[in-house]
Structures are given as structure tokens and as C-alpha cells.
Design a protein around this ligand. Structure first.
Ligand code: TYD
Ligand code: MG
Length: 452
């Protein structure tokens, strides 16, 4: 059996040390260790042997139909993989003020309107504050129960008594288990409380939502173990100064992980955005150089985003390179390809690359768009405003084929674009009609030739 005693645990990664240390030996974070009491894990020991199951052939396991309840908020349902799953645990993280509490209160409202019971446990706001927000969101339902509580024992009791279809704990970092030696908010407390909440949710068939704070590095506070315990991990992100919010699934045992949902924060709470492609395209586009539309794919959805670039002669010393919304290293690589393979003299130029609307584009399929945008600004040539560009660029200047070309072209066609520059051999099913003129290229130089 594990020994009981004091240990110092890194609050970021969970690394343990018997002595206090200034810098974590696991992740290298400074001043992150906190004294905790080492209690044996509840999963070891005799409780484990009580509910012993015998191994059985996989062919004989019965398929349980997981019952899903649609919230009615389409964007939210899609992220979850088609609605709430009874007995599942969802962790939702995001910076303060991004709208986690607002979103979950709204979802509670939708669910309770359908006649199901929901329980909202708040550890951060008073009843009056919740009521104030509910007024603003015009939430009126007798099935939505609210309780200000941070004591784990009482929360569990409330869940057992109310048997909610959906339970929200806002936030998991505030919850504490009495008679547990570590102080509230520490890794051990958070882990223990989350564990008991998740087990209770499973036994009462409630869909549990845990709100998690994030650290300044942008990860959910507490060790990774919290993410391991949850069935689904969502991040709510967005720019503070813009009203658009993106909900992103990082992990989902009941659905796909690359889904995103787009919301707009308004005066009456969050609204789902019906036509997301339009918000990432700036007004008055097509009169300036250095702007390209690329049809990206996030999960199962295509999204048109606008890339902008500005290339100007550097006046002092080292030229500047500033990038937002795409990977800096990727842009550096593309600049090198443009220099070496196309012969653009970018060495003495300040270069700025930006994605309109504050989205982050991670896929390499954006390469060709980035390259053409930079070239467009440098050569002072406009890329026709009715054209979309997509493709991955290799170090040799070759353009590689990409996946899911059909949904990209469909989205471009839907929004009225007339022409698409795409890698050769991307369209597998020949002869398919997309209602858009397709220009297939094999080399970056061919794409540059089009605008030259
Ligand atoms: P909140 O849900 O409290 O964020 P979190 O729980 O993630 O910390 O969001 C609060 C912010 O949203 C706050 O800055 C006010 C704004 N807001 C609106 O703009 N419209 C609304 O209808 C509501 C309820 C909040
Ligand atoms: Mg909140």
C-alpha cells in the first residue's frame, strides 16, 4: 500500500517530489509545486476486486445504444457528436470571460425546455448573479435548478436527489472535498473531486459538464489527468475584442475531434453563426493586393478564410516578420521556397501575414494560399476576388494533393466563387461537376504565373 505523507506536486504536470523545489523536474515550470498529502488512490486496494468482471470474447459483448439528447443548439450538438450522452463527462475550458458559464446556462435552458431536469452548480457566482444573467438570456424554466455550492459531499447529494439529465459544475477548481488533507484547487483535490463527480454521473445517468479554468499557458489548470478522466474535452476560444467564439473538441469518445462550433456573443447571450464562412472574409476585398481566400476544413466542415499579407521594403536593419493565425515556421518555409524556387527577392522586406477574423489555421493545405498572398503583395498584382486557392507546397516548389477537396469546392461554389486553383490529382472522381472552374497545377511557379 502507498505510504501516506507530504509530497510536493507540480500544479501544472503532476510531477512529484519529496522536497520543495523551485523548478519542476517534469515540465520545467518555476514555482509550481504545492505541498499535498499523499493519499492512496481509491482505485487501488480492495474496492477494485469487489466488482470483478470476467474477460469475454469481443463478439459477445452487447452493444449498448447510447441515448443522445439533442440540445437544439446545432453547433453545440455537432461538437458533442450529435447531442448529450447520458452518463458522460465533458470538460470545458477557456479563458475567463469568454462565455463558458453563459453557454452552459443556455444549454441547460434548452434541455429543460424539453422537459428534462437540469442542475447548475455554481461555485463562483451568487444566486443573484446567476438570476441576473438568466434574465438577460430570458431563461424561464422550472426544470432548471441552481445551487451555489462548493462542498463535494453536498453536490453529490444534490445530484443523487435531483437526478438531472444534465449537471453543470462551474467550476471544478472551486469544488473541495472536506476531510481531504490537500487544500482546494490543488491537483489532488481537483482530481479526487472530478473522479467522484464522474462516477456519480455514470451511476445516475447524468450528462456532466465540468468547467475548467485555464492557466496562462492556455491549458486546463490541474494535471493532464483531468483531461484523461473526461470523455470529452472542449476548449472555448476567441479574441477578447471580437464577438466570435469558437468551441473546439480536443478529445471526444463519442464523436469526432476536429469539429468546431462557431458562436457570436451578443447582448442576449451566445447565438450560433449560420454562415461562418462569411465572417472570415473582409469587406471591400478584391481591390487590394495581398489577399487570398482559402477553403479550409475543420472536422467535417469547410470554412472559407481570408489570408492577408503585406510586403514592404524594410527601412532599418533586420527586416520584420510578423505572423498571426498561421504557424510562423510554416511561413518561414514558404518564404524560403518563394526566394529559391520562384526567385522573389524577399530578403530585405518586412513581411506581415494575418488571417482575418482571428481564426487559427493549422492545416498545411493553406501553404499555396499563403505563398500566393505574399507573392501578390510583393509583385503588386491582385488575385482575382472570385478565386479560391488550396494546396500544400513542398520544399521543391511542388504542389501536393490534399484531402476533402469536394467539400471545399462545394463551399466555395455556395458562396459564389467562380474559380479554384487546386493541386493536380486532388479530384479522384473525374467528371464530377462542382459548378466552379477548376485550375489544376503541379508547381508553385504555375500558380504564380497565373497572377503575374
Ligand atoms: P461568462 O459566461 O461569465 O464567461 P466565463 O464563465 O467563461 O468566465 O461570460 C461573460 C462575458 O460575456 C462578459 O464579459 C459579458 C459577456 N456577455 C455578453 O456579452 N452578453 C450576454 O448576454 C452575456 C450573458 C454575457
Ligand atoms: Mg464563469
Amino acid at each position: 500500500m502507498a505510504k501516506t505523507g507530504a509530497v510536493y506536486v507540480c500544479q501544472r504536470c503532476g510531477w512529484k517530489s519529496l522536497k520543495w523545489v523551485g523548478r519542476c523536474g517534469g515540465c520545467g515550470e518555476w514555482d509550481s509545486t504545492v505541498e499535498e498529502i499523499n493519499t492512496p488512490s481509491p482505485l487501488t486496494g480492495k474496492s477494485h476486486t469487489l466488482s470483478r468482471e470476467l474477460p469475454q470474447p469481443i463478439t459477445q459483448i452487447k452493444l449498448l445504444e447510447c441515448s443522445r439528447i439533442e440540445t437544439g443548439m446545432r453547433e453545440f450538438d455537432r461538437i458533442l457528436g450529435g447531442g448529450l450522452v447520458a452518463g458522460s463527462a465533458v470538460l470545458i475550458g477557456g479563458s475567463p470571460g469568454i462565455g463558458k458559464s453563459t453557454l452552459l446556462l443556455q444549454v441547460c435552458q434548452y434541455i429543460s425546455q424539453k422537459g428534462y431536469t437540469t442542475l447548475y452548480v455554481t461555485g463562483e457566482e451568487s444566486m443573484a448573479q446567476i438570476k441576473l444573467r438568466a434574465e438577460r438570456l430570458s431563461i424561464l424554466s422550472d426544470n432548471l435548478f441552481v445551487v451555489p455550492e462548493i462542498n463535494l459531499d453536498f453536490i453529490l447529494e444534490n445530484i443523487h436527489n435531483t437526478r438531472p439529465t444534465m449537471a453543470v459544475i462551474d467550476s471544478i477548481q472551486m469544488v473541495y472535498k472536506p476531510n481531504f488533507e490537500s487544500s482546494p484547487g490543488t491537483v489532488a483535490q481537483v482530481r479526487q473531486c472530478a473522479n467522484e463527480l464522474i462516477l456519480t454521473a455514470k451511476s445516475t445517468d447524468s450528462a456532466l459538464f465540468l468547467v475548467g479554468h485555464i492557466t496562462k499557458q492556455g491549458i486546463i489548470a490541474g494535471p493532464k489527468v483531468l483531461e484523461h478522466m473526461a470523455d470529452t474535452v472542449l476548449y472555448f476560444e476567441g479574441e477578447k475584442f471580437q464577438c466570435y467564439r469558437i468551441l473546439r473538441a480536443i478529445k471526444n469518445r463519442f464523436g469526432s475531434t476536429d469539429e468546431i462550433g462557431i458562436f457570436e456573443m451578443g447582448r442576449n447571450g451566445l447565438q450560433q453563426v449560420d454562415n461562418p464562412s462569411q465572417i472570415f472574409i473582409s469587406q471591400g476585398r478584391g481591390i487590394n493586393t495581398g489577399s487570398t481566400i482559402i477553403p479550409c476544413v475543420e472536422g467535417t466542415r469547410a470554412l472559407l478564410v481570408e489570408i492577408q499579407a503585406l510586403v514592404t521594403k524594410a527601412n532599418f536593419g533586420m527586416p520584420e516578420r510578423k505572423v498571426s493565425g498561421v504557424d510562423y515556421n510554416r511561413v518561414s518555409m514558404i518564404l524560403a521556397i518563394l526566394e529559391k524556387r520562384i526567385g522573389l527577392k524577399l530578403g530585405g522586406q518586412d513581411i506581415f501575414v494575418n488571417i482575418v477574423g482571428g481564426v487559427q489555421i493549422g492545416e498545411p493545405a493553406a501553404d499555396l494560399g499563403i505563398a500566393m498572398t505574399i507573392a501578390s503583395s510583393f509583385m503588386e498584382k491582385i488575385i482575382p476576388p472570385d478565386t479560391v486557392v488550396i494546396g500544400e507546397v513542398g520544399l521543391g516548389g511542388e504542389v501536393r494533393s490534399i484531402n476533402q477537396i469536394e467539400i471545399r469546392l462545394k463551399e466555395a461554389q455556395r458562396l459564389g466563387f467562380k474559380k479554384a486553383i487546386i493541386p493536380k490529382d486532388s479530384i479522384k472522381s473525374t467528371g464530377r461537376e462542382f459548378g466552379i472552374e477548376v485550375v489544376e497545377i503541379s508547381y508553385l511557379s504555375e500558380a504564380i504565373e497565373i497572377i503575374r
